[in-house]
Design a protein around this ligand. Structure first.
Ligand code: OGA
Ligand code: ZN
Ligand code: ZN
Length: 525
């Protein structure tokens, strides 16, 4: 039997020999596949497609393996194009403290930068250098010849318009750099001068309007390489790119617009300068349309984060003598931000899964105790938290019995060791570090240990726990106890075990799972 596109299919074989399961990296080269590769057998059922290949390899493609999102989210296809009125009810903004404390808030901010091209963080302490902290909260600072950060304030005898009190029209920063910094941050330290308001324009929207109103001008700007240049005593930077960058399928992907550093267009083999200048002026006029200009005023503590390959930023003139105006800026990149957002989203989905377990199966009876399994675990987490345990141990206490889900707790009561510490640790290791998974793995061993090492401990076990102890191997022998005590995570497992024992109180009210989510997300890294 044949399958269509054998090389394509085989190149995507998900098995652990073909791809490292941890990173998804391929372990073979395309040239390693034999000539005349073909399927010998192919069968499709509800679980997916199974193929046996002419070279003996077997592949299984789980159902839905090829459903994926838009791979390039930099283009207009993945964006919400806007004009000023779209933000009449407020800017995408968040409080810096909330952003730090709550991963859901971080997701909202980072997603806004991707969809709308910007977000505003309020309440970032108005102190020098803090802008770097903001960049590092989601990615990596891009150092340039201006340093890790730069100061925007009036300077005597400035060679750059940025360091005067003049207005700056909507522009891309550093268009003379390749690659251009894809993100910019501007953090306001002082803004007491008259004027100096900020402006943003959606460059994709402006390009989209040009395409609709003057397709020939749009096409010209998209295909004409334009030189940008900057030089001073220590730097000489240049890049040649079109003002409107398209992806291979023709979608808008980058706007690079800056009259200050536009170099001399090469002629005459390039575009006719007159046609180019007509198109350039048409585009410039669109970027200045009032309905496109989103205007606001930065207050000390505000930090604007925006996509420098899409949004154009501007400021109005100010009166340098009327008060102090001082911003600090830095550059960063969208790849780091997107990765941080993807990991946060992935982890949030994992927490939804765990929360569903607590609320579903967890609401059922727990090995004959007076509390449900979910109550038991939430109580254990709460006890750890109340004891001031580090976050990893609070998480371990909260999650220690997830190995009992899927009905396996009944197995244990019926006399088979379900090895629920192992099961739980294996499941959790997809998301959590060893500081969480190891105490979970060892929490049964810790019971066996305590029954040997601590006189009277076994008297404190609940009847169900005494019953399962026997199934789990009984108290440790002195040798087993000594080995356990020497285990690096032994003491943490013992701590979890004590909260475990105490978390069977029908009168206690434990906080809901949702309350632990920020702590869990933080640990997922
Ligand atoms: C710049 C700039 C914005 C501002 O220096 O390139 O855009 O608000 N400054 O001063
Ligand atoms: Zn700028
Ligand atoms: Zn337990």
């Amino acid at each position: 039997m044949s399958v269509p596109h054998p090389y394509w299919l085989r190149d995507n074989c998900p098995c652990a020999d073909c791809r490292d399961p941890r990173s998804g990296q391929k372990r073979f080269r395309i040239g390693d596949l034999p000539e005349d590769l073909a399927a010998v057998e192919a069968a499709e059922d509800a679980t997916g497609l199974t193929v046996r290949w002419s070279d003996g390899h077997r592949s299984h493609y789980p159902a839905g393996w090829n459903d994926h999102e838009e791979p390039d989210d930099r283009t207009e296809r993945a964006k919400r194009l806007w004009q000023a009125a779209d933000f009449a009810r407020g800017l995408p903004e968040a409080d810096w403290a909330a952003y730090l404390a709550d991963p859901e808030e971080r997701i909202a901010v980072l997603a806004a930068v991707r969809r709308s091209g910007f977000a505003l963080l309020r309440g970032v302490p108005a102190e020098p250098g803090r802008v770097l902290e903001v960049a590092r909260s989601f990615g990596y600072v891009r150092e340039t010849n201006y340093g890790a950060l730069f100061d925007v304030r009036v300077e005597p005898d400035a060679a750059n318009l940025a360091f005067t009190d003049a207005a700056i029209a909507p522009h891309t920063d550093n268009p003379y750099r390749d690659p251009v910094p894809t993100l910019q941050l501007l953090h306001c330290l002082h803004n007491e001068a008259a004027g100096g308001d900020s402006g943003l324009v959606d460059g994709f929207r402006a390009a989209d309007l040009l395409r609709a109103e003057d397709p020939a001008a749009f096409a010209l700007l998209a295909r004409t390489p334009v030189p940008f240049r900057y030089r001073d005593r220590t730097a000489d930077l240049s890049a040649e790119r079109p003002m409107i960058g398209l992806d291979p399928r023709g979608a808008i992907r980058e706007v690079r617009f800056n009259n200050r550093s536009l170099g001399t267009l090469r002629g005459p083999d390039g575009a006719a300068p007159d046609a180019f200048y007509a198109a350039y002026r048409a585009f410039a006029a669109i970027t200045l349309r009032p309905e496109l200009q989103l205007e606001f005023r930065l207050a000390p503590g505000d930090c604007l984060v925006f996509d420098n390959t899409r949004l154009l930023h501007a400021r109005t003139a100010f009166e340098g003598a009327s008060g102090r105006r001082h911003l600090q800026g830095c550059y960063a990149d969208l790849d780091g931000l997107s990765s941080t957002l993807a990991v946060l989203r992935r982890n949030t989905a994992a927490l939804d899964e765990l929360e569903a377990l607590f609320e579903g199966e967890g609401a059922s009876e727990y090995l004959g105790e007076a509390v449900t399994l979910a109550e038991h675990m939430r109580q254990a987490g709460a006890l750890a938290r109340a004891a001031g345990a580090p976050p990893a141990l609070v998480a371990a206490a909260l999650l220690h019995d997830i190995g009992h889900f899927r009905g396996s707790g009944r197995e244990l009561m019926a006399g088979t060791d379900n090895r629920h510490g192992e099961t739980a640790a294996a499941r959790l290791s997809r998301w959590f570090p060893p500081a969480v998974t190891e105490p979970v793995r060892l929490h049964v061993e810790a019971k066996r240990y305590l029954c040997t090492a601590e006189p009277g401990y076994s008297d404190r076990l609940s009847p169900a726990s005494v019953h399962t102890l026997a199934v789990q191997g009984g108290p440790h022998t002195p040798e087993q106890a000594a080995a356990f005590a020497a285990h690096p995570f032994g003491p943490d497992a013992v701590a979890v075990r004590r909260w475990d024992e105490a978390a069977k109180d029908p009168a206690a009210t434990a906080p809901p799972f949702a309350e632990f989510r920020p702590l869990l997300l933080e640990l997922m890294g």
